[in-house]
Design a protein around this ligand. Structure first.
Ligand code: DGJ
Length: 962
């Protein structure tokens, strides 16, 4: 992709472009002019349309109407006159040429000569001769154009030149799409000038007008700015018209072309841009909120800059060469407030990561009221669509797409977590709803787990502004003066991704980055053990022996780890008590945690444990000892959720205490896995010990406290795998994934519900991060039933585990489960590391299908599920994606069904030999699989099909080298 912006004359950052990769020798400045609604003044008093004046059409000065109407009056007059169309023809021709050269890819470095204009006039006459019958010879060209060198050196051009001369007229953040390397060689290889570019950042201004094969003008001198490239001034009078028109646009009065009509990269409020700003603040000295920023400086470093002194999660790199970072310094010269905008290009991913830091270098405190991690202005389109992931408890991340209308659309959380209701991930698609395989998509994924907002504003011009970051609602942050301790604020990172081939590519790019550069290093590519979680098996009702019996029974089916869920600590037997008392419940676990873990280990299973450290029950020793450690406002009622209160993680002593409790537990026994839960949202966001003027900081400080504890625990217990959870998938976000390689996707374990939930989640997050378990039927959340096959195949598209009570498994069930565990083991690397191709959306059809393809395209696994079957309707053929057209693949159906239908009477029958869709195996080309597809037949709601696809040679021998 290419991403471009520039510094304009007022030192704003003006956004130019985000889209497919384009050549970096193109001068994109024309984009700043093409759509701007400027005045139409044929006289040239505002020199926007100065051609008429230049051509000597002074008649217009006599027309006494408003400027905009003059041209109409003039042309009518002309039409009524005696066929003298010279002026208009010349005018039209000159505009046509100008437009042609400027907008349709004409070569601006070539002299636009008089003869060219003459031939254009001829064409013009030919075109119009039929109607005008005007056979007069071409008119003489005007020869008295007011052009001299000083004209081009006029003020605004000079400014541009100066900026360009310093090397920062225009910046691009780009990546050579499709090529593996992103160094200069790679870019040269895709046909670009061998320019002296800085990492992945290119200064367009320096190379304005340059073309392949033409010597680059090199760094521009202040006196000879890039605008000189627009036309050749020597000799040709017509070339001068380019200059004049160009300068005229350049000089448009800012009352006509103010900030509100510009595409910006960063925007203040209260100084003429009436759209959603990227930041808001208030100066404490005088209460004013005006802070227009100016570009001050930039630098490029050849690595990803990490944020110092904050626990905010970030994307990381394995080596400095993987990334380059452009740092833009903006300042308010009056207050000495500094904004640092960071743009990191991840060279091996088609991804840009943005974030912002604010530093108060002034002598008075400032309160930050809003700060985006990134803002992007999109130019006008006929329409824009936003796709979001929203829902609620037990139906998280449903795919919702809406057409944006004029005004502001907000996707947000004020719950203290990213929430079940909305997710900090959105996709923008111009002109149409996003499709899987084609069309443009722009993705934003915030690396943050607290209150967030994504605002999408369609302006009066049909332009779209996107802002993403911490939610400004219930947020403020006081920046001390330069003399104080807290004069810096860091925004979270936002991952930005672009695809011109639909949502599928966008998701795959996101997945790869999250899998390889966000989840903790030690867990990348490591498939977790198949676990059994006790929650739905026994809830709170267990004791030592119960858990040991469960472990012994689970082992028979080759389950590898037992996770003891809620209810093992304090006096906890239901939700009313004991959160905060993190020591074993002696009545249930008389041998302590260590005794239990040893027994489970002896049964041959690893051991994992559930915790909920951010919470406290009013009926707990912790609350009795520290009633002021929860979030509450003195003298006001506490709002309970699930019978519990939220601990004040904005306070260091609370986090430190809780860290020690959990550290003690993890040290007390051989615990290899932790499920960190969080079962209610934040209310009464007030913190004791924090001064009144900082109370707006609580929600952000809370999540920083959570992150800091995650950081300490995951650093100290590197070998312990963490899973996060928040009443199911209430905190499924990129922030959490930086600490926990997996997240419990939803408390809804019903297979049919999971089809939607897992599908929606996959828009942003990889399958490897989705906690997914087989649970009992009828399902505890929905009362529905699905076969073991369907439940297992769906759970396999995630971390794979069980929420069942294995003590009731009979021999057949054990054998069946053994089979699925074995299958998962065989396929898990492919599922965890391969590329996901979504085939059927449950949000658009009544089925769900996807496939995972190995990076070398030699292997694939295909899953198709029926949500609700309609009698008498056939499924379309399932057209595969992502494999190679030119290879032959062997397709085998895995876990064939055992249900069939008696064709005589329609009765459902059981056939233990297996019921296959297309026989046991077919060998067919990738081209056919993707064009003609595979047949799929579903017999009942929740039915499923699974195909394994492996590349073979013409003799049917596998091409896969294991
Ligand atoms: C909510 C989680 O999502 C469940 O899996 C379970 O751990 C319960 N909390 C326990 O209270």
């Amino acid at each position: 992709m290419t991403y471009a912006f520039r510094v304009d004359d007022d030192k704003n950052l003006e956004h130019l472009y985000w889209g497919p990769k384009i050549p970096n020798y193109d001068d994109l400045l024309y984009l700043t002019k093409s759509h701007v609604a400027g005045p139409f003044d044929p006289v040239g008093s505002v020199p926007a349309i100065s051609v008429a004046k230049l051509l000597g059409l002074n008649e217009l000065t006599g027309i006494d109407t408003g400027a905009a109407d003059k041209w109409k009056v003039f042309t009518k007059q002309k039409d009524a006159e005696d066929g003298d169309t010279r002026g208009r023809r010349l005018e039209n021709a000159s505009w046509r040429l100008w437009n042609m050269e400027r907008h349709t890819g004409g070569d601006l470095s070539v002299d636009v000569s008089e003869s060219k204009l003459r031939s254009s006039l001829k064409m013009d006459r030919h075109a119009s001769s039929a109607s005008s019958r005007d056979n007069s010879p071409p008119p003489p060209l005007p020869s008295s154009l007011p052009l001299d060198a000083s004209f081009l050196d006029s003020d605004s051009d000079q400014k541009l030149s100066n900026i360009s001369g310093k090397g920062h007229a225009t910046r691009t953040v780009e990546r050579a799409q499709g090529s593996l390397g992103t160094d200069n060689t790679a870019r040269t290889a895709v046909g670009m000038l061998p320019v002296k570019s800085v990492g992945d950042f290119t200064d367009f201004g320096k190379y304005a007008g340059a073309r392949p094969g033409v010597t680059s003008p090199g760094p521009t001198s202040p006196a000879l700015g890039p605008r000189r490239e627009l036309g050749t001034v020597t000799g040709s009078s017509f070339g001068d018209i380019h200059g004049v028109v160009e300068m005229a646009w350049q000089n448009l009065d800012s009352t006509h072309v103010g900030k509100n009509t510009k595409l910006l990269e960063w925007s203040d409020s209260g100084t003429g841009d009436y759209r959603e700003p990227s930041f808001k603040l208030r100066f404490q000295k005088d209460g004013s909120a005006i802070c227009p920023l100016q570009f001050k400086n930039h630098s490029v470093v050849h690595r990803k800059l990490m944020m110092p002194s904050t626990s905010l999660p970030t994307v990381y790199t394995d080596s400095p060469e993987e990334a380059s970072t452009l740092i833009i310094e903006m300042e308010d010269p009056v207050s000495k407030l500094k904004f640092m905008l960071y743009y990191t290009v991840m060279h091996d991913y088609d991804i840009i990561i943005r974030r912002t830091t604010v530093i108060n270098e002034g002598s008075d405190p400032v309160v930050l009221e809003h700060l985006s991690s990134g803002m992007v202005d999109f130019d006008a389109e006929h329409s824009y669509y936003v796709t979001q992931l929203s829902g609620g408890w037990a139906r998280e991340r449903q795919v919702v797409t809406r057409k944006l209308e004029d005004g502001v659309t907000v996707v947000k959380s004020v719950r203290g977590t990213s929430s079940h209701q909305f997710n900090p991930f959105v996709v923008v698609s111009p002109d149409r709803e996003p499709s899987e395989d084609d069309g443009e998509c722009f993705g934003f994924c915030l690396v943050y787990s607290g209150n967030f907002s994504v605002t999408a504003e369609v302006s009066e011009y049909k332009r779209l502004r996107m802002n993403i970051g911490i939610n400004q609602e219930m947020f403020s942050w006081r920046l001390d003066s330069v003399h104080g301790e807290n004069n810096i604020f860091y925004s979270p990172e936002v991952i930005m991704s672009y695809s011109k081939t639909g949502l599928g590519t966008l998701s795959r790019d996101m997945h790869r980055l999250i899998r390889e550069r966000l989840v903790p290093r030690q867990w990348r590519y490591k498939v977790p053990p198949v676990l059994l979680n006790t929650w739905e098996a026994v809830y709170f009702d267990f004791k030592h022996e119960t858990i040991v019996d469960i472990a012994v029974a689970a082992k028979k089916a080759n389950v590898e780890m037992l996770v003891l869920d809620d209810g093992w600590f304090g006096k906890r037997n239901d939700t009313t008590t004991s959160l905060g008392d993190w020591y074993p419940n002696r009545e249930k676990l008389p041998y302590g945690l260590n005794g239990l873990v040893r027994a489970v280990n002896e049964a041959g299973l690893k051991f994992g444990i559930w915790i909920e450290p951010e919470m406290v029950s009013m009926d707990s020793d912790l609350y009795r000892a520290h009633p002021d450690w929860c979030l509450f406002v003195p003298q006001r009622k506490h709002t309970l959720g699930r019978n519990q209160l939220v601990l004040d993680f904005a306070r260091k002593e609370v986090v430190d205490y809780m860290y020690k409790q959990i550290e003690k537990i993890l040290n007390s026994a051989n615990i290899e896995y932790v499920k960190w839960d969080m079962n209610r949202h934040l209310t009464e966001m007030f913190s004791r010990n924090i001064p009144a003027e900082r109370q707006g900081e609580i929600s952000h400080r809370f999540i920083l406290g959570v992150y800091s504890m995650f950081k300490r625990l995951t650093t100290k217990f590197k070998e312990v795998r963490f899973e996060s959870c928040s009443g199911g998938g209430g905190r499924f976000d990129a922030g959490m994934l930086a600490f926990t390689s997996q997240i419990w996707t939803s408390d809804n374990t019903d297979a049919m519900s999971r089809m939607n939930i897992q599908y929606g989640t996959s828009l942003a997050y990889p399958l490897s991060t989705m906690g997914a378990h087989v649970s009992v039927v009828p399902n505890h959340q929905t009362g529905r039933s699905a076969t073991m096959k369907t439940r297992s195949l769906l759970a396999m598209c995630g971390t794979f585990g069980y929420e069942l009570d294995p003590r009731v498994w009979d021999g057949d069930t054990i054998e069946e489960i053994q089979g699925y565990v074995k299958l998962f083991k065989r396929l898990s690397n492919l599922i965890y590391e391969g590329d996901l191709y979504r085939l059927w959306s449950p949000f658009r059809t009544t089925s769900m299908a996807w496939m995972v393809v190995s990076r070398d395209q030699l292997r694939a696994i295909v899953f198709a599920f029926k949500v609700t079957r309609e009698v008498g309707r056939l499924e379309p053929r399932l057209k595969l994606r992502g494999i190679r057209e030119d290879l032959l693949y062997c397709v085998e159906e895995l876990c064939p069904g055992t249900v069939t239908m008696n064709p005589q009477n329609g009765a459902i029958m059981h056939d233990p030999r297996g019921v296959y869709q297309i026989g046991k195996r077919i060998d067919v080309s990738g081209r056919t699989l993707m064009s003609a597809g595979l047949p799929v037949k579903f017999l009942f709601d929740g039915d499923s099909v699974c195909y394994e696809v492996n590349a073979v040679d013409k003799n049917g021998i596998s091409l896969i080298r294991l």
